[in-house]
Design a protein around this ligand. Structure first.
Ligand code: KG4
Ligand code: ZN
Length: 346
């Protein structure tokens, strides 16, 4: 059969993303999905003044952006609306009001064009996003999913064949970056800001906990780290001559603690599963220290690590269109003409 084109809509948090992905030989063919075009708008500037995402403002901004971004995507692909065969949208998890914007848009398009729609799990989008890179992974692999809301290690045997190996029992890795960055008075989102400040610091200057590191447990815990950073921060004298350096040192030590735990648990998951391939996805996957340490450790063990392209690490529409396309191709899902507005915030 001919090509199948999946439009993807992401609106779960503070990024509005639209993209068009094509299965060149349709769902029956083996040809891998191809990204035709995408458009993205980040609300980071808007939320910055509040130190975090304001849900009501997020929903309103998604509403303002979806149509212009859809136009941008279609013109980028040189195609019209009638070229869309299926509309995939982020069903959850995320902010309920924000999710409803993408879902509403998907259902409206589906009804108007008489095309089926498909709800996609946001994390599955992140998980599969490396398949859009020039050197895509092969199944099976160990996946480390590290975003603002989730920290999970998974065994991935194929599309839809996911086995949870471990996850955080409290804060997510991205949350640990964001919250400690906030304590240090850095902007939102904290991850990139903390990583930047850390470049000027000494990562051994402060002794910070690496929780749940002993034993063969693959779960994570980052809440204690937050408390430890707060304690250290309160001991610093802001009037001291070396106050700026001390803050950079604390940022570097915090980043080192988070990365150490992520790397150690990833290696443990590889050892336990015996797998020789690994995928890292989600916003924290953009962290350079994490990439450098994981790459170095995995190279020594003959393990290949795959990352999404840098611009696909944080939320975007391409990963949602891709996950929709891969689910259809694998026969794991069918698009529907029921147009149910069934968002799943949790
Ligand atoms: O996947 P994502 O865009 O959104 C969620 O689904 O949560 O991840 C956002 C998270 C935020 O916590 C942000 O601080 C973190 O990813 N992040 C980083 C970096 N870039 C983004 N954390 C550490 N280092 C980075 N370079
Ligand atoms: Zn995300």
């Amino acid at each position: 059969s001919g090509p199948l084109r999946v439009l993807g809509i992401e609106s779960s948090c503070d990024e509005t993303g639209i993209a068009l992905v094509e299965l060149p030989e349709g769902v029956g063919g083996a040809a891998p999905p191809r990204l035709l075009a995408q458009a993205l708008h980040s609300q980071i500037d808007m939320h910055q003044a509040y130190g975090g995402v304001v849900p009501e403002l997020a929903s309103r901004d998604h509403i303002r952006r979806v149509v212009p971004l859809l136009r941008e995507t279609l013109s980028g692909a040189g195609l019209g609306l009638d070229a869309v065969d299926v509309v995939a949208y982020t069903q959850g998890p995320g902010l309920a009001g924000a999710l409803l914007v993408g879902t509403g848009m998907a259902c409206a398009l589906g009804m108007a064009l008489d095309r089926p729609v498909l709800g996609v799990h946001h994390l599955e989008g992140h998980l599969l996003s490396p398949f859009l890179s020039v050197d895509p992974p092969q199944f099976p692999f160990v996946a480390l999913l590290v975003s603002g809301g989730h920290t999970q290690l998974m065994r991935v045997d194929g599309v839809g064949h996911y086995t949870m190996l471990g996850e955080t029992i409290d804060d997510a890795a991205g949350e640990a970056f964001d919250k400690t960055a906030k304590m240090l008075g850095l902007g939102y989102p904290g991850g990139p800001a903390l990583a930047k400040l850390a470049e000027q610091g000494d990562d051994a200057a402060f002794k910070l906990p690496r929780p749940l590191m002993r034993g063969d447990l693959l779960d994570f815990s980052f809440a204690g780290l937050k408390t430890a950073v707060w304690t250290q921060l309160n001991k610093l004298d802001p009037a001291a001559e070396d106050a700026a350096q001390a803050r950079a040192d604390l940022a570097a030590s915090t980043q080192a603690a988070i990365v150490d735990v992520l790397v150690a648990k990833s290696l443990l998951a590889l050892k336990q599963t015996g797998l020789k391939r690994m995928v890292v996805a989600g916003g924290v996957g953009a962290n350079r220290r994490l990439r450098a340490q994981l790459d170095a450790q995995c190279r020594r063990r003959g393990v290949r690590v795959h990352y999404p392209e840098l611009h696909l690490c944080t939320d975007n529409g391409a990963m949602i269109a891709l996950a929709g396309a891969m689910r259809l191709q694998s026969g794991r899902a069918q698009a529907s003409r029921e147009y149910a507005f069934d968002v799943r915030p949790r």
